[in-house]
Each structure stands twice: as C-alpha cells, then as structure tokens.
Design a protein around this ligand. Structure first.
Ligand code: PXG
Length: 465
C-alpha cells in the first residue's frame, strides 16, 4: 500500500476519505460529493489545510484546544509517559503516578468539595457514568426509586446512548435515542428564541421554575438529579438570563436534588474562570469534564464528585463501572502538562482581564450589523443570532439553518472557522488568542456577514418566516 501523507493531492485524499471514513454528525452522501476539507497542520490559533490555506480556528477544534495548537511540551510529556508506562489500568486496586497527580490537581482547581474524580475517555462516557453514579448513590441511601434525571431541551450531553438520552436536541432524538428510561426534559432558558414579550429576567425565572414544577409533578422522592450546561454550548451558546442559575440552585437545595453541571465546554477557562460553575457561583454535586482538560491533545473526560456523594458510593460496595481507559496514564500526563501551562501562563486570568473583555466589546458590536439580532458572549464562548428583522426577533422564512450555513460557508472562504447552529453562529477560540488575532477574527466575521447578506438578498432569502 502506498504511504498516505500530507503530500498527496487533496483530491486523492478526499476520495480515499469518502471511500472508507464515516464522519460523525455528517451527511455522508453530501460530503462524498464535495469532499472533506483536510487539515494537515496547526499552530497557535491557525490551521493549515491540504491546499496550503491558513484558517483562523475560532472554534478551538471542537471547543477544546484551549491552549492553542503546537505546544510541543505536551507532545514531549506524552512521549516520555509512553516510554515509561504507556498503559496500566486503575481497576482492581491498582493506580499509577499520572492519575494520582492529576486527581490531586483537579481537586485543588475545582470549586467547593468536588475533590474526587472518576475518569472516562470522553464527555459522553462521563455523562454515562453520571447516570449510573447518581442512581447508585440514591440506591445506597435506601431510595432506589429516586432515579429520574431532569435535563433540558436543546441540551447536549454527548452521543452515547446515555449522553444522547440526556441531551435534548430534536435532530438526535429520532436516531436511536432516547433509550434510557427515567429522563425528563424541561425547556431551555433561550430568551432570544423563546422569550416572547417577557423581560429576560422574568423569563429566566419562569424557565428555572419549570424545574420545580417537574419535581412537584414527578415527586421529589423520584427525582435523583438535574443536569445542565452552565452555558449551553452545542445548542448555540445560549447564555441564560441572570436570574436563572440562582433559582435553579435554590430549587435543587430545597428539594434535595443532586445538581450536575456539565462543564465539558465551560470548564478549564472558557468562561474566564476555571469552571462555568465559578462564573455563576453555583454549587454542583458533580461536574462533567473533558475537552479543555487536555486541550484536546489526548482523549480524557471524567466526573468530579463532591465528598458526600463519593463517600456514600465508597461505602456502597463495588461500583461495577469503569472503562479500560479510565485514568489513562498518557492522557493524565498530558492533562497535567496542559494545566501546568494554563497556570504558569495565567491563561484563565488573561481571558478574564485582558483578551476576554477585548473580544467581548468587539463581539457585541456585531449586533449593529443588519443581519445580527443578539450578540452574546461569556469569556471566550460567543454567539450571534442571525435574523431578517431584529425588533421582532424574527426567524427566516427559509428552513432553519439555511442562512446560518451560508454564513459559515462564507467564513470558511474568508479564512475563518465559525460553527453554525441553526441560524446562530458560534465561536469558542483557543484561549490564547491575541488581541491582533481577535481583530482578524472580527474583520473576517464582518466580511462574511456582509457577503451573506448580499447573497441572501440575491437569492430571495432575506425574508421573515
Ligand atoms: N457535554 C457537553 C456539554 C458537550 O459539549 C459532551 C458532553 C460530549 O463530549 P464528547 O467528548 O463525548 O464529545 C459535549 C461535546 C458541536 C459539538 O458541534 C459539541 C460537542 C461534541 C461534538 C460536536 O458543537 N460537545
């Protein structure tokens, strides 16, 4: 077989890719026609594709390359760990130094008494763990029927059977999930799309109180936990009104419901704090972590668990759960090095005090563009809602996502990766993005918005639905 390398022509790579590679979250037939964009290298915030184009990655891969590309320190640590101890498991009363070190470090960084880590290979797996963990916890406490988990519509908690069942995205719900019984969904706090005439604060309270209504309906003795992302990421960077999280916290406290904060995107500096939980001042019993934990350099996820839940589970005999790669030594070592760099280079502080506010001012100014309704941002996760009529927060007549996709295509052509979620465009750049790179991001975004507006006018798509 020929060596397949970066030096092959793009078309040949695309043909091979289409012939043998099934892509996640992709229309395979459509992709086979156009051919995949092939990324060959990356450094800092810039990607290089197989045709030599330089593209500013305002998505940090998939919301994960927090320290940016090209940090050889992580490669060196991985190589060293592979030579010393490439693998050993953490089942059956064994442990190893990288997992011990990372667990202690995470306990130090995490808020409150989230001092205990159960490892997984990804965010989806970690949420599967959470389902089993909270049900097992209540069973040990003599309440096996306290097993319902409340989640939200338009939430994303992963793509495994468990994660997909917890999630609330309509497009996923028709394809083999939900399959886990005992998961109940309430509405999301998306004021732009669903707030109607209410003030955002009033709407935030109303949506939080749906949790209380659901608990009353189902019975507090039946509800094990509530799971939510501090800021919904894949759902379109939906920043909840300020009233939302304090009310959710009150409700969980008053009714004895475990709170699971899914920090897979919000964690590790994305909000300008170590965790989204810190940003909102909430006190979860469990946090789901992944992505930024290793800046995506190695696969790793996990559940950070408070002392009381961890101690109860420890007293409950064997917890018959785990993955071959729970606490993988190479991933743990890479994550440790990532956290060392984040601390040493004060990356989170820099987002909070310097680059975050700089990006916020520029991002929010996009709201004055004729195509943009709201522009929202927390730390380094932002979104804009495209609309044909700002005042009424109208949707387009075209199928949802048509205009968003057109804009995302213009972004690519202009050397910028933004992701579209329906007719919202979202960003989540590497946290190390500089002010000059933020200027480039915004210039390219404006150019892409201008071109999209022209295009949809020409195509007759600039119409209220
Ligand atoms: N929870 C949250 C909040 C996530 O955002 C997961 C769990 C699952 O993590 P894993 O590591 O199993 O993928 C995620 C992942 C997108 C996109 O297009 C978002 C995610 C994954 C893939 C695509 O926005 N989030």
């Amino acid at each position: 077989m020929n060596v397949i390398s970066n030096h092959m022509p793009t078309a040949e790579l695309q043909t091979l890719d289409a012939a043998h590679h099934m892509h996640p979250f992709t229309d395979g037939a459509a992709l086979a026609k156009t051919g995949a964009r092939i990324i060959t290298a990356a450094n800092g915030v810039m990607l290089t594709d197989s045709d030599g184009h330089q593209i500013l990655d305002a998505m940090a891969g998939l919301w994960c390359v927090n320290i940016g590309y090209g940090r050889y320190e992580l490669a060196d640590v991985a190589a060293r760990q592979m030579k010393e101890l490439p693998y050993y498991n953490t089942f059956f009363q064994t442990s190893h130094v990288p997992v011990i070190a990372l667990s202690a470090k995470l306990a130090e960084l995490a808020p409150n008494d989230l001092n205990n880590v159960f490892y997984a290979g990804s965010g989806s797996e970690a949420n599967d763990t959470n389902i089993r963990l909270v049900r097992h916890y209540w069973a040990i406490k003599g309440q096996p029927n306290k097993n319902i988990i409340i989640s939200r519509k338009n939430a994303y908690h992963g793509s495994t059977l468990g994660g997909g069942s917890l999630g609330g995205m309509p497009k996923m719900q028709t394809q083999g999930v939900p399959v886990i019984p005992g998961i109940h969904h309430i509405d999301q706090p998306d004021w732009w799309s669903e707030g109607g005439d209410k003030a955002p604060e009033e709407f935030g309270l109303e949506r939080a109180r749906q949790l209380e209504a659901a608990i009353h309906e189902l019975g507090a003795d039946r509800v094990a936990a509530f799971i939510a992302e501090p800021v919904q990421g894949a759902g379109g960077v939906i920043v909840p009104p300020s009233t939302y999280w304090p009310e959710i916290q009150r409700i969980c406290d008053e009714h004895g419901i475990l709170l699971i904060a899914d920090e897979v995107i919000c964690g590790f500096g994305r909000t300008g704090h170590w965790f989204g939980t810190d940003y909102y001042g909430i006190r979860p019993h469990i946090m789901t972590i992944a992505k930024g934990l290793s800046s995506g350099y190695a696969p790793i996820g996990g559940s950070m668990v408070c002392d009381e839940v961890a101690e109860t589970v420890a007293q409950g005999g064997d917890f018959n759960h785990g993955y071959t790669y729970s606490g993988h030594p190479v991933s743990c070592a890479v994550a440790m090095e990532n956290l060392r760099i984040m601390e040493e280079e004060k990356i989170v502080e820099n987002v909070a005090q310097e680059t975050g506010p700089y990006l916020k001012a520029k991002w929010e100014s996009l709201a004055s563009h004729p195509l943009v309704g709201e522009a929202k941002i927390v730390g380094m996760m932002g979104s804009i809602a495209l609309t044909p009529h700002k005042e009424s927060r109208a949707k387009f007549a075209a199928v949802a996502g048509t205009v968003g996709f057109a804009c995302r295509t213009r972004c690519f052509a202009n050397g910028l990766v933004m992701r579209h979620v329906g007719d919202r465009l979202v960003i989540s750049p590497p946290l190390v993005i500089t002010k000059a790179e933020i200027d480039t991001l915004i210039e390219r975004a404006i150019k892409s918005l201008d071109e999209t507006l022209e295009q949809i006018k020409a195509d007759g798509l600039y119409k209220v639905g």
